[in-house]
Design a protein around this ligand. Sequence first.
Ligand code: FES
Length: 179
Amino acid sequence: METTAINPSAKLRIDTERRRSVNCILKNYKDSKSNLISILQDIQEKFSYLPTETLEEVAKKLNLKLIDVYGVATFYKSLRLSPQGKHNITLCLGTACHVRASAKILDEIQSQLGIGPGSTTENRELTFNTVNCLGVCAIGPVVVIDGKYYGRMTPIKTREMLSKYLKKKNFSNKATEKR
Ligand code: FES
């Protein structure tokens, strides 16, 4: 969910534009209800995530309960309810990584970034996600930063790597601080 404060008239304008975009997307689908996933994917492609008002508009126009639209939006991992950062950090918590202590790496990442899995820092620089397998179990635990895979990670290696990464990207100590 969005947390950044914007003034009410700007918010109204953004909401109206987003609802208009949803209606344009809906025109591409004859049997809209059975194409709900495709519609949500199209909305996400436009906004990079699914803003609340777009889900409300979909529910209203398709005569669906909002909770059902949210149900679909939250069921599929590829659909996002919050904006994504410019950079991405992903940690695997699948079985092979879990038995090699990926939970401790999770603690380390959360502590360095100040956010939990599925969240984006307030400055919209970084998004942190966890997954259940990246298909490279032999080198687990695995952390992926901006598409680059780092295998056989430990909490200490993660701390050092993240600290270098945050410094290189010129992020403040806690990437959550607003700029
Ligand atoms: S379980 Fe982590 S890469 Fe497969």
